[in-house]
Design a protein around this ligand. Structure first.
Ligand code: BTN
Length: 148
């Protein structure tokens, strides 16, 4: 029984590490998407609220692009890992708003990937133009590896 203890310990550590692997998804950090836009998430609190900054690579306007704040929410029921989330970017250089919704996945190479969909609402002058005011799309984010 005494000799079995280290074996059980190694076994439980191995099984534990395996079942923990999907939980590797952690939104905090620096991300880049398929358009070349950069997103930084600074903090996620115990309720799942998070904040950060977004530097888009593209714009639907003629305005000069500036870094903009984002506020989001990570699903609180994250017992199984690979959590869902949503966030809003309140553009500082335009009168638009973008909402993103997505899920943090760990791919087959163990790499974190954020698969998102977004709605970009542009301001229009009249209700008659409402029909053309919302764009929709997808973005895929991967983590920017920190320089060592
Ligand atoms: C604007 O043009 O009014 C603000 C910038 C919008 C950028 C959009 S948001 C969805 C898509 N994903 C990005 O990274 N950038 C564009």
């Amino acid at each position: 029984m005494v000799q079995a203890t280290p074996l059980l310990l190694v076994l439980s550590l191995a099984l534990g590490a395996h079942s923990l692997s999907p939980r590797k998804c952690n939104l905090i950090g620096h991300w880049v998407n398929d358009l070349g836009s950069h997103m930084k998430v600074f903090t996620v609190n115990e309720d799942g609220d998070f904040s950060g900054t977004y530097l888009t690579a593209v714009t639907a306007t003629m305005n000069e692009i500036k870094e903009s704040p984002l506020e989001g929410s990570l699903q609180r029921n994250n017992h199984k890992g690979q959590p869902t989330f949503g966030f809003t970017v309140n553009w500082t250089f335009s009168d638009s708003i973008t909402v993103f919704t997505g899920q943090c996945f760990v791919d087959k190479h163990g790499k974190e990937v954020l698969k998102t969909m977004w709605l970009l609402r542009s301001r229009v002058d009249s209700i008659e133009d409402d029909w053309k005011a919302t764009r929709v799309g997808i973005n895929i984010f991967t983590r920017v590896q920190s320089q060592k």
